[in-house]
Ligand binder design. Structure first.
Ligand code: TYM
Length: 327
């Protein structure tokens, strides 16, 4: 039996190379080795206000990008979260067994709500319970994510174990898969901050659909330091970040990359990095143009996928109802 993989991505905001290297790239490699379910999490997106027409469009954009990046409908399922109502139902049930204290420890809520905590939606606070329900609904063994989701995965494991203890063996307890390289891509403008969809700076992130000249401009503006040598040194976050991105795109070792840049300057590093990113994204952008030109085909692919996973979710819910004495 193949192991089941599940992962999700929010449709809103522009997809950046952090999303790509931290998550999407892992999703598309070795698809044949696992049973893969990928989800565009629109219910997570509405934890902050969304314009309905934009949300709808961004779901298609995301689907087009993921197929273009290499999600193969023959080997993987890609569906939209809200098409399967069981996600919301299980989230409610998990809410009822999750202590407030566990949820209050989630650092991502604190970061996202910021100082305006009182105005943040209850949904934003409760986001991790919905994420746990996404994962637990499908008897997931492995969850490929960037490092920022590690705490949410630990919470998911805790919730699954607590449920299993209280009601008997029901959920598979999942494990995260976090890439060794580029698990946390940092902002180009500020390498002490994670590259993020919601960061407003014009030179903060390279987006997957950026044109070559925009990519070059952004990489050229990236913050480095006043030293000269080009080495993987975590204490020099700017250069370290650029080298990690280079490594993730090329697949070369640290030693090979350091040897390649020996005696060269930051100008060379930036120029070559921009080229590597441009060439890495080029085939994806070309395929994306074809997918997005046919929205009906995208919608059909997403709907077929939802039909494939619905029985798995329904079987889990049946088990949960029985165990809890519901209905
Ligand atoms: P989202 O949409 O914020 O991000 C999608 C994926 O991209 C990764 N990522 C990064 N990786 C490296 N460097 C970065 N700077 C960077 N920024 C983002 C994220 O870790 C993620 O893997 N909560 C999830 C969506 C979700 C989910 C799930 C994931 C909902 N349900 C179930 C796994 C399983 C999120 O906000 O992703």
């Amino acid at each position: 039996m193949k192991k089941r993989i599940f992962s999700g991505i929010q449709p809103t905001g522009k997809v950046h190379i952090g999303n790509y290297l931290g998550a999407i790239k892992q999703w598309v490699t070795n698809q044949g080795d696992h049973d893969n379910i990928y989800c565009i999490v629109d219910l997570h997106a509405i934890t902050v206000p969304q314009d309905p027409a934009e949300l709808k469009a961004s779901i298609r954009t995301m689907a087009g990008l993921l197929f273009a990046a290499g999600i193969d409908p023959e080997q993987s399922v890609l569906f939209v979260q809200s098409a399967i109502p069981a996600h919301s139902e299980l989230a409610w049930i998990l809410n009822c067994i999750t202590p407030m204290g566990w949820m209050e420890r989630m650092t991502q809520f604190k970061e996202k709500a910021g100082k305006d905590r009182e105005r943040a939606s209850v949904g934003l606070f409760d986001y991790p319970a919905l994420m746990a329900s996404d994962i637990l609904l499908y008897d997931t063994h492995l969850v490929p994510v960037g490092e920022d989701q590690k705490q949410h995965l630990e919470l998911t494991r805790d919730i699954a174990q607590r449920f299993n203890r209280q009601y008997g063996e029901t959920f598979v307890v999942p494990e995260p898969i976090i890439p060794k390289i580029a698990a946390r891509v940092m902002g180009l403008d500020d390498p002490t901050k994670k590259m993020s969809k919601s960061e407003p700076g014009k030179f903060h992130a390279v987006y997957m659909l950026d044109t070559p000249d925009v990519i070059l401009k952004k990489v050229k503006r990236a913050t480095t330091d006043s030293l000269r040598d080009i080495r993987f040194d975590e204490n020099r976050p700017g250069v370290f970040n650029l080298l990690s991105i280079y490594q993730a795109f090329t697949g070369e070792t640290e030693a090979e990359i350091e040897a390649h840049f020996a005696g060269k300057g930051y100008g060379d590093l930036k120029k070559e990095l921009a080229e590597v990113i441009i060439e890495g994204l080029r085939p994806i952008q070309e395929r994306y143009a074809k997918f997005i030109a046919d929205p009906a085909q995208l919608d059909a692919l997403l709907a077929q996928s939802a039909d494939k996973v619905r029985p798995i979710a329904e079987a889990t819910m049946k088990r949960v109802h029985q165990r809890m004495g519901l209905g």
